[in-house]
Design a protein around this ligand. Structure first.
Ligand code: ADE
Length: 228
């Protein structure tokens, strides 16, 4: 078992889950007038949902967490709120995943406070039932055990922060590319490396450009080291 359990989510699953979510919402007899995406994870699913439900109005609220990918979120806060008159409107707040429940709940409160909606309901593609304290009104997939779901829209970001986290925690100073790959598989599993292989080098290049990683020479081999 890898240290961090990761499941890679493919585009066709995203489309199938968005379609299923739209079916669930339709079956409830309730129809949203407006969808509010919780940025950034909710953007793509919210846009697909608008297509499947025929909703024209798509807005957004940005909720951020600290720290980043696959670490326990400390606190969610609203980075960008909303200013729109939604009086008389049925509103659906949409995120990709409900893990702790904090983001979607906070976004719901923002909409209720800012914009005088008639009602606000919540939706997500996936809900992790063992970790969340809040279950959204609608979802496509219920999962029992916690995984980091590596969605297509966060591949480069996730792989970059996964590499950094691994290198920090391993406390090894110099890393050959082979060593990074070997440890990466130990930490995050083979599926992630295989499915997102094309992102791996790009992640290293980005980290170098940002000064998070430095490339040094190890007896004629390229080595990587943390710190600019
Ligand atoms: N965002 C918050 N929790 C997540 C998880 N378990 N997988 C992917 N993205 C997330």
């Amino acid at each position: 078992m890898p240290r961090v359990p990761v499941k890679v989510v493919k585009w066709d699953e995203i489309v199938a889950w968005s379609r299923k979510l739209a079916d669930n919402i339709r079956a409830s007899g309730w129809t949203p007038d407006v969808v509010v995406a919780v940025a950034r994870g909710g953007y793509v699913p919210a846009r697909l949902l608008c297509d499947f439900l025929g909703v024209q109005d798509l807005l957004s609220v940005q909720v951020v967490h600290w720290p980043s990918a696959a670490q326990v979120a400390e606190k969610a806060y609203v980075k960008y709120g909303l200013s729109a008159d939604l009086s008389g409107k049925e509103v659906l707040v949409m995120d990709d995943i409900v893990d702790t429940g904090d983001s979607v709940l906070l976004a719901k409160e923002v909409v209720e406070r800012c914009c005088k909606p008639k009602s606000v309901r919540t939706a997500a593609l996936q809900v992790i039932i063992s970790t969340t304290k809040y279950v959204p009104d609608f979802y496509a997939v219920e999962v029992k055990d916690w995984y980091w779901y590596q969605y297509p829209w966060t591949a480069l970001e996730d792989i970059s922060s996964f590499i950094v986290r691994m290198m920090r925690e391993e406390r090894q100073e110099l890393w050959t590319l082979d060593k990074i790959v070997e440890k990466f598989v130990e930490w995050y599993g083979n599926e992630l490396l295989e499915e997102r292989f094309l992102y791996f080098r790009e992640a290293l290049e980005r980290l170098k450009k940002e000064g998070v990683l430095r490339q040094v020479n190890c007896d004629g081999y390229a080595c990587y080291q943390l710190g600019g």
